[in-house]
Write a protein that binds this ligand. Structure first.
Ligand code: COI
Length: 356
């Protein structure tokens, strides 16, 4: 199969649900578009992809992903071109690359580029009307793959299912984030799966996150598993600080997700003339910078969250109130530039947008 020739058999919905959706008030991840892409892997090969109505699936109780967690996913977004209404997908090949890195770590098969790209393209053409155009909104795409053997011996599954469904979304956080530095639990350890987007990383984060939420914080800031001394990520996002007029962010490693929004923000920051440092960032450095009035901005970056301002950092019993989010010229400027590229308001000199 080549990217040009793959025509995906499509079963359309009889009646679109689009008219039922209140686009002015969408909770993240609760509303699903009409169709989904489904591709099965068996006998060592990907089978013919299909597009079908979004809906429930029937699975064996022994489905191995449910027991041993061979399950990986991606998050990506499609936007409306503000000039002509075309659908623009943001950096899909980078998501495919990361999906396949996750697949390798979890002993799962690669998803071929033609299936991924043609699948996305045909799915988005069919559900183009679901791509919102209001500022801050997008169509979120959730590609994922899970092990489907009905077998509970512990070994890599021989069969898998790859699905892409989509959701119109607004902002993931519609308020500045109160974040707490996690001093005990760890998200990832060296040699583990921290760099992979695998379901278990998120499941394991829920209890520590819940504990912090009960104390009034929206997100955790994870620290390294060995010493809890260095900052890693902020919950579902990478994290960045503006200290002494430099954008400082933990370097990606085997324990940190290599975020596509992270990469885009850093590229734009450099091109806008800001100094960027990707390196280890200790908790002490951030707290000392805050005490000295040198920490001007802190923000999370991710596909779902885009650029999410952090208003408060809690550490060791103290709430550190950061400067007001309205005056955060650096992150707000980069976020605005990124948004202009994603929505076709400026020329995309990076080749990040993929026109459907
Ligand atoms: C994304 O930003 O797309 C993510 O994967 C975070 C998600 C778990 C909501």
């Amino acid at each position: 199969m080549s990217v040009d020739t793959l025509t995906i058999p499509t079963q359309r919905v009889q009646q679109s649900r689009l008219a039922e959706v209140d686009f002015s008030n969408i909770e993240f991840g609760k509303v699903f578009s009409d169709h989904m892409l489904v591709v099965d892997y068996k006998d060592g090969a990907w089978q013919t992809p299909q597009i079908m109505p979004y809906g429930d699936m029937s699975l064996s109780p022994a489905t191995s992903a449910l027991h041993y967690g061979q399950s990986i996913f991606e998050g990506m977004k499609a936007y409306r071109d503000s000039k002509n209404g075309d659908v623009l997908l943001f950096r899909p090949l980078d998501n495919l690359k990361r999906l396949n890195l996750s697949a390798e770590r979890m002993c799962m098969p690669d998803v071929p580029e033609d299936i991924f790209m043609q699948g996305l393209e045909q799915l988005l053409r069919l559900d183009a009307a679901w791509v919102p155009s209001a500022p801050g909104s997008a169509l979120y795409l959730r590609p994922f793959m899970f092990a489907t053997d009905d077998f509970i011996g512990v070994r890599p599954s021989a069969t898998y299912r790859f699905i892409v469904f989509t959701c119109p979304v607004g902002a993931y956080y519609n308020h500045p984030v109160r974040a707490a530095i996690e001093p005990n639990y760890a998200r990832a350890a060296e040699g583990g799966t921290g760099f992979a987007k695998t379901a278990g990383n998120y499941g394991a984060a829920m209890m520590p996150a819940r504990k912090m939420q009960e104390k009034g914080f929206h997100q955790l800031i994870w620290t390294d598993a060995r010493e809890h001394k260095y900052i890693e990520e902020a919950g579902t996002m990478n994290i960045m600080f503006l200290i002494d007029n430099k954008i400082i962010t933990p370097a990606v490693s085997t324990t940190i997700l290599n975020g596509i929004t992270r990469n885009s923000v850093l590229r734009l920051a450099r091109d806008l003339g800001y100094t960027v440092e990707e390196r280890r960032v200790s908790v002490e450095e951030v707290i000392e910078a805050q005490d000295a009035g040198k920490l001007k901005e802190a923000f999370g970056v991710g596909t779902a969250a885009t650029v999410a301002q952090i208003a408060v950092i809690h550490y060791n019993g103290t709430d550190y109130e950061l400067p007001p989010v309205e005056g955060r010229d650096v992150s707000n400027k980069i976020a605005a530039e990124l948004d202009k590229i994603k929505t076709g308001q400026v020329e995309d000199q990076y080749g990040w947008t993929y026109r459907i």
